[in-house]
Ligand binder design. Structure first.
Ligand code: CDP
Ligand code: MG
Length: 736
């Protein structure tokens, strides 16, 4: 310290107080974004934080401070330059010119429909404008809903960056099982489903001054329900502002629904897009897509590529294929930076798609529908569109929902094409024929509410006290058949009584952010004294399908490791429990995960989910109890939720769903694939080449009568399958 006192400059650096003063001085010469009157969130929090970290680390490292001082200055300058650039970018967005008009319109009207091309700045800018204009005064918040988790997270991150604040402070996001907000949060991005849940705790959304239902054109199930609910609160809360924003033209429909609300159009800029079709239909669009990417890469001038696929598996396959091709071609081609993006992509990897493409290389973003309108990636000049997406479809007769790969609509195809013409003229390569486009594609995608199992929605609406579903204000009402089916299902689960009112079980179920069947299994675990186990299973089922992985060079090891969890043919549910418990035993070690070919990411997520479910157990007063080793109890609790998913083996080795009579198969990844017990209960059906049951556990048929006597009769379990009736066996012929 004495030496420091002698050397003014050194002491200046080593004392934090003085470092702060240094920052203040620097700050004073660094005014940026002054157009905003300094109200845009201050903008310095991150700059300062960087400096403090830097000072601390330098002090700890005992580094030579003289040179470090320059580095410090550089670090600050870099951050400031970034901020300045960001603020310039904000001003270049189409919405910026309309900021004042927009604020005036919002001030004047309670409900406003906002329409603007994707990328015009609706999602990232409007909440900031509202914040600057004082809508977050008096502790009120701005909600902005997104149909997709990834969009909510990445947009929040971007806005936090633009405002120079830490994500989770002034700007945060809330998605299922992940709340990144704090007391400070005033701009809250969230999935539409999360805002729906907030109605449970705060039916008038009193803490919000503005609710922006964004990406309204997507018409997700939750967005459609939100429409009805927010329209209602607008009536009795004159102080709340409602913004419905959409990327597409069909705004009149929104306006009609919201009592002729005015439409604010943000004129977009859209450059010319050349559309190319294939001359003949492509049998294998994955292979065709890979070839097209490489062709473009070799023949086309600079510009990034956006390729649309239907889901994670396809994306990973294509990523692998492209990497391999690039390896084969070695240095003969410019570098290709492959950026996948899909809903379950880990957060750390999401940021990569927004990073600028390195000089001399080309980026190819391989995305699901998420890049159609929810996310805008700058620099895209070429779009490759195979013309498919994964869509939920629902069969009201069987009550089964499944995800299917379906052709997209014309509206979707045009949106996708438009992604290439945002910053200059672009090209779109459709991997289907023009004839296909004109004659086979529907004009618009059917709203999700008309192709979904509604049990979850009905349960939530009932929990909000909305009993009369027939007169609920739907923009496009679901088929009454589907509503009826949902009521039946909830009745069968014991969530509703015969008058259609919520029961105590139903009230408890509604607290869990899970499918009603899974919530029911948890609620039932109280009775079977195994809530610990069932909550773990529920968490594992919710954490994603990728629990195990199989590296190509270690298939045998991976399979052996996996089989160990299935020892004793306990079934897939208990195997998941075994995995979790073994991981817990290891002290939640990632080393353990590697050794057992288990995805550490999935496990971490399962742990998070589990913590939250456990907290909810407390809230609904379900006792924590462990039925150590009692597999029967655990299977019964699972069956209490999933009794509808009971299937029986047939002679040919396939299974038949007991009630729906559908022919189904055990998924090859299941631990039961070789065991094939006569009766099983399954978690879900996935349709690939066949209808496969995923997560399968053996069941005793009598349990169905014990657990769901209102749903199964003896004849359901006795009635022998097509088997020719042996004499003396089988049901007696009915007396005439
Ligand atoms: O909502 P809208 O489609 O009108 O536009 P936006 O999502 O607000 O995007 C405006 C701009 O912000 C885009 O052009 C992107 O350059 C940028 N952005 C970004 O860099 N990172 C994000 N996660 C989201 C947007
Ligand atoms: Mg948007």
């Amino acid at each position: 310290p004495e030496a420091a006192a002698r050397d003014g400059k050194r002491s200046n650096f080593f004392s934090e107080q003085e470092a702060w003063e240094e920052q203040q001085i620097r700050k004073s010469r660094l005014h940026f974004g002054s157009d905003d009157g300094g109200r845009a969130g201050g903008g310095y929090e991150l700059v300062l934080e960087g400096v403090v970290d830097f000072v601390k680390s330098t002090v700890q490292a005992g580094a030579e401070p003289d040179g470090e001082m320059d580095e410090l200055a550089e670090a600050i300058d870099a951050k400031v330059t970034l901020q300045r650039e960001l603020q310039d970018e904000r001003k270049n967005l189409p919405v910026y010119k309309f900021k004042d008009d927009l604020l005036k319109a919002i001030d004047k009207y309670q409900v406003l429909i906002i329409v603007g091309e994707t990328g015009s700045g609706k999602t990232t800018q409007i909440p900031q404008y509202l914040h600057e204009a004082g809508y977050t005064a008096k502790g009120k918040k701005i909600a902005c809903t997104q149909p997709r988790r990834v969009a909510a997270m990445s947009v929040a991150a971007r806005v936090a960056q633009e405002m120079g604040v830490k994500l989770g402070h002034e700007v945060g996001y809330s998605i299922r099982f992940e709340d990144c907000t704090s007391d400070k949060t005033v701009i809250k991005y969230m999935t539409d489903g999360m805002l729906l849940r907030e109605f449970l705790g705060e039916p008038d959304l009193a803490s919000y001054s503005v609710v922006m239902v964004d990406e309204a054109h997507e018409r997700t199930l939750s967005t459609d329900i939100l429409f009805g609910l927010v329209k209602d609160i607008a009536r009795f809360r004159p102080d709340v502002k409602l913004l419905i924003s959409s990327a597409t033209l069909n705004a009149e429909k929104f306006s009609d629904f919201f009592d002729e609300a005015p439409i604010f159009k943000i004129p977009g800029r859209r450059y010319k897009v050349d559309i190319h079709y294939t001359t003949a239909p492509e049998a294998d669009y994955i292979a065709a897509a890979v070839v097209t990417v490489l062709q473009l890469h070799v023949t086309q001038p600079a510009g990034d590529i956006l390729l649309f696929l239907t889901g994670q598996e396809e994306i990973e396959t294509v990523e692998e294929m492209l990497k391999q091709k690039m390896r084969t071609f070695g240095g003969k081609m410019a570098e290709l930076v492959i950026c996948p993006i899909y809903a379950n992509l880990p957060t750390e990897l999401q940021a990569k798609i927004f990073e600028p493409t390195p000089e001399g290389s080309r980026k190819v973003v391989v995305a699901t529908n998420i890049a159609e309108t929810s996310l805008t990636i700058d620099g895209i000049k070429y779009v490759i569109d195979p013309g498919f997406c994964k869509l939920k479809s629902y069969n009201p007769r069987t009550g089964m929902e499944s995800l299917r790969v379906e052709p997209i609509s014309k509206a979707s195809a045009d949106q996708r094409a438009g992604r290439s013409g945002r910053t200059g003229s672009g090209k779109c390569f459709r991997l289907f024929t023009e004839y296909n486009f004109r004659n086979d594609l529907d004009d618009d995608t059917v709203p999700e509410i008309q192709r979904s199992n509604l049990a979850n929605v009905v349960l939530r609406l009932k929990a909000l006290g909305i009993n009369d579903l027939v007169s609920f204000d739907f923009m496009d009402p679901p088929a009454s058949e589907a509503l009826l089916k949902a009521l039946e299902e909830l009745f069968a689960l014991g969530a509703l009584n015969s008058r259609g009112e919520l029961t105590k079980t139903g009230r408890r179920m509604a607290e869990f952010p899970l499918d009603p069947m899974l919530s029911k299994a948890i609620v039932a675990s109280e009775k079977y004294k195994c809530s610990e186990e069932v909550v773990t299973i529920a968490a594992m089922l919710s954490a994603g399908n990728a629990v195990f992985y199989r590296p190509k060079d270690k298939l045998v090891h991976a399979d052996t490791a996996r089989q160990a969890f299935h020892a004793g043919n306990v079934g897939d549910h208990v195997a998941l429990l075994n995995v979790y418990n073994a991981w817990k035993e290891s002290g939640y070690s990632s080393q353990w995960c590697r050794g057992n070919f288990v995805q550490p990411r999935t496990m971490k997520r399962a742990r998070d989910v589990r913590d939250q479910l456990e907290a909810l157990l407390e809230r609904v007063e379900i006792e924590h109890c462990s039925g150590v080793g009692d597999l029967g109890a655990i299977t019964k609790a699972v069956t209490a939720g999933y009794f509808r998913n009971a299937a029986r083996r047939q002679k040919d080795g396939s299974y038949r769903a007991v009630k729906s009579r559908q022919t189904v198969f055990v998924h090859p990844s299941s631990g039961m694939a070789e065991v094939t017990p006569s009766w099983v209960v399954y978690h879900e059906l996935v349709l690939t080449t066949k209808e496969y049951m995923r997560q399968v556990t053996e069941l005793k048929p009598e349990w169905l009568l014990e657990i769901a006597p209102h749903y199964y009769q003896r004849r359901d379990i006795d009635g022998h399958e097509p088997k020719k009736m042996a004499k003396g066996k089988g049901p007696a012929p009915a007396p005439l």
